[in-house]
Write a protein that binds this ligand. Sequence first.
Ligand SMILES: Cc1cc2nc3c(=O)[nH]c(=O)nc-3n(C[C@H](O)[C@H](O)[C@H](O)COP(=O)(O)O)c2cc1C
Length: 508
Amino acid sequence: MSIERKPVAYGDLRGWIDALREAGEIKEINAEVDWNVELGTIMRLAQGAGDGPALLFNNIKDYNAADSRCRRLFGCGLSSYKRLCMMLGLPHDTHRRELVKLGRDILSQRIPPKIVETGPVKENILKGDQVNLYDFPSPLWNRVDGGRYILTYAACITKDPVTNVVNVGIYRGMVASATEIPMLMWRAQHIGHHFTAWQQAGHKEMPIAFVIGWEPSMGFCAGQPVAKGTSEFDVMGAIRGAPVELVKCETVDLHVPASAEIVIEGMVGLDPESYVMEGPFAEFTGYVAGDKSPKPAARITCITHRNDPILRGSIEGSMPGSYSENAVCSSIMRAATAWNVLDRAGVPGIVDVWCPPVHAGINLLVSINQSYRGQAKQVANAIWGSSAAHVRYKHITVVDEDIDIHDYAAVDWAIAYRVNAGENDIVIMPATFGAGLDPSTRRRDRNAALFGTGKWNRMLIDATINLDYDPDPDLGGARFPPTVWPSEKDSKAVFDRWEELGFDKRPE
Ligand SMILES: Cc1cc2nc3c(=O)[nH]c(=O)nc-3n(C[C@H](O)[C@H](O)[C@H](O)COP(=O)(O)O)c2cc1C
């Protein structure tokens, strides 16, 4: 790798906010803002297409009294590529292609965490009657949401009861009462594996801790598919170049970052009888999704928090012109994961892999240096056969290496002229596992309670030059004619006269 990474340990959320202030990357909103729809609307409108600011709300209606337990909310920390580079300790203009390559490597790096006795997160410890989730300014993010969501960027910590391997993941969670948080989680997610393992071990409840607000590497790792059996804390350590310091929870046998803003401890009911109504929610697809239905819920046993804690939240749902943190991080890490899958499967000639951020990894772009017929189909088979394809990679477009997959126009041009639907360039893989949140799937087929997963008909667009065509002797054995682009020699001759011809000086 040619780009040098200098890992940065920001210390906590406050250290990250200080760094963002210094870099001019944060907008602090001091005017009073209502947690009820207004805050979420501001975030969605200010988000931008990978270039909007981070936001710190300092004055939230109903939570701005001197004795309010929690007065501030921070969001959009990683909704920009520049801030992603800051988190990774990279030059701020590092190309997205390089971020993908680096992302491939980061997932396999480890620095294990360090257990410490105590930390700022223990400055306030609330148990019994003191536990009241309404003390925190969880927004009604969107008018269409089924309730106020306190978990939108929290790291949910669980442990496998047999192997003791810890998982850290982001799963949405709604405030259903002062002490209950129902969550959306799928059986195929790592938290779902733990859920099943606790059930099979005969337990009625699973211990859980929700960590809200810490360094950016926490949300980055928790929201991306770190391999099963690996604790995200180890990868977070590698990103920041130093171990994450963890303290023991008060009421569950789990560990959490010692300088986190807020930790909510609880027990998730495993029996469907204990489920609590949750949803709907404005989802990552950019649509309202996840029907109102009974879901596994955490019964809160304790809250610990720093003095004057900052609630960390994120607006979900990516649309043209407004990319969520999930979308920006997924564009890098879902591409990196797919590339690793292709490598492990032994598919040769992979040149570049990319997931444009507007859909958070649903359409995967791959460019290849083809050396034999059917190579694009091998790409699609390898990706769809992997568990990484859960909720991702519905459509795969494969192009030749001359097509820049970071350029929508280039990909569209390849689809226009290198795809022939009657020559097996469009391949549909019907009725695979899929996303329960995608409205293009019939409602019945999105029912995870009935089927365990959603249903996707996946599609390969093979936009490579078809090697099944016969070489053309009139074209010197090539299968496709040359493009109209001038040769390097002819271009140079013209550019040498560029200014003489009356054009502006050609940029180097
Ligand atoms: C902001 C954000 C919200 C997310 N919400 C959910 C959710 O509600 N349910 C879910 O299953 N996955 C959700 N995800 C995706 C998971 O966090 C992601 O798939 C991650 O890999 C899960 O961790 P795991 O691989 O350890 O299971 C969300 C991701 C982000 C970044």
